[in-house]
Write a protein that binds this ligand. Sequence first.
Ligand SMILES: [Zn+2]
Length: 68
Amino acid sequence: MRSDTLITTPLQEPAIAVVNRIKVHIRCRNCGETFILRGVRDMKGHIETGFKKCLCDNDRDFDIEPLA
Ligand SMILES: [Zn+2]
């Protein structure tokens, strides 16, 4: 059984290549301002954008939605 015929061995890549670069839509639940940022999603599904806070000083209450 040639189980390895169609399986390509992934190249060895540095860990940083594991994360997916995505665009992220962020909407402030306080004032409704929206932001489109580039972010990365790691293997745990956590999205990191570097976004700190909204213009209205809200820094925790957001809708965050990854864009395809
Ligand atoms: Zn806001």
